[in-house]
Design a protein around this ligand. Structure first.
Ligand code: LMR
Length: 342
């Protein structure tokens, strides 16, 4: 099956499943009056337990089970153990799992608005992302997908992205002709095309092997992902660019969530809010620490750019903004740029 037809099938399946969530066909029913019931929250994700998301998921489990003993069990499945992100979007809408934290880039079949997070060089750092996510416009995005079967409870950061490749990439021209793995996002596809690369959408769990076998030459990701999945063992050069963001929509199935007893639902929402503050305040430090560990491994070379070189990358990808501005919404982009001093 071609990639395009697989995407089409997945889109159709998700639309159907979202309709099921709305009208209530097929999904499990939960009896809110049954206070002796143990609610099981299956929470699969794709990164290692040591990453910001891995740590946040485990903390959510710890706090939820400590505050509601015998009433809730959180089953966290890290490292794509249970399923990849595409499958988890379907499984959540279907009610087969109850919680996800999927990269915002991977929702682009469901809403163009989250593509704001993929616009290259829009956010200078995690603090800028956080200001936007905490703004009235940013907060509205949490409930953007309720009708499609995803109730957002928070945004969790991973980090800013950097490029890795088979040779030092100082100028956008150095990316020409390279096969870049990207997440499922049309903005990221346009970004790689803008620097002359050949974008390949691929699940996270397949990237290490694809780099090892030469199926792809290059990729972009955050230091915690590069470190924990050992991309630095199979990627001889990385360039510090901070050109994009990886962060997550922490979402639950709205029907499942509504079925919880009120006190449990309110308590779990409080815990997600606490974990969000906890993880987002540590993400930048984890990124800095993981970069140092990658350097210390001696397995790869880290390229730092001059401000002129960085400007060349920024200029090369700038046209991508205009390509997606109407889809995303110019007012959303304006809100994200409101504290931009450039
Ligand atoms: C990726 O696919 O590179 C990331 O979305 C993985 C993750 O969840 O951080």
């Amino acid at each position: 099956m071609t990639h395009a037809s697989r995407c089409l099938l997945q889109t159709l399946a998700l639309s159907w499943l979202a309709a099921c969530v709305l009208v209530g066909c097929g999904a499990a029913t939960d009896d809110a009056s049954n206070s002796s019931r143990v609610y099981v929250i299956k929470f699969p994700h794709v990164t290692a337990p040591s990453t910001p998301k891995g740590q946040a998921a485990n903390r959510f489990k710890e706090l939820a089970e400590a505050r509601f003993p015998g009433r809730v069990e959180v089953e966290v499945y890290p490292s794509s153990q249970l399923m990849n992100d595409d499958d988890s979007l379907e499984a959540l809408a279907f009610g087969e799992i109850q919680m996800i934290a999927v990269s915002l880039s991977k929702f682009d079949r469901l809403t163009p608005k989250f593509q704001i997070f993929d616009l290259p060089f829009l956010f200078t750092d995690l603090a800028a992302v956080e200001r936007f996510q905490g703004s009235p416009t940013g907060k509205l995005l949490l409930t953007e997908l309720v009708d499609r079967g995803f109730l957002g409870l928070g945004f969790w950061h991973n980090g800013m992205k950097h490029f890795g490749g088979p040779h030092p990439m100082r100028q956008p021209e150095d990316a020409e002709g390279l096969k870049f793995r990207i997440m499922e996002s049309d903005v990221l596809q346009a970004q790689i095309l803008a620097i002359g690369g050949n974008p390949q959408k691929m699940p996270y769990g397949e990237v290490y092997h694809a780099l090892q076998t030469g199926a792809i030459d290059a990729q972009e990701n955050t230091w915690p992902n590069i470190y924990s999945t050992k991309f630095y063992e199979v990627q001889p050069y990385f360039t510090i660019t901070n050109h994009g963001y990886v962060g997550y929509l922490v979402a639950v199935n709205p029907r499942f969530w509504e079925s919880l007893p009120d006190d449990l639902r309110a308590g779990l929402e409080e815990i997600v809010a606490e974990v969000t503050v906890w993880t987002n305040s540590r993400a930048a430090a984890i990124n800095a620490d993981n970069l140092e560990r990658i350097k210390a491994s001696g397995r790869t070379e880290i390229v730092s750019l001059t401000s002129e070189e960085l400007t060349a990358w920024r200029d090369a990808v700038q046209p991508v903004w205009e390509l997606f501005a109407d889809d995303i919404g110019r007012e959303i982009i304006a809100a994200a740029r409101s504290d931009d001093k450039r």
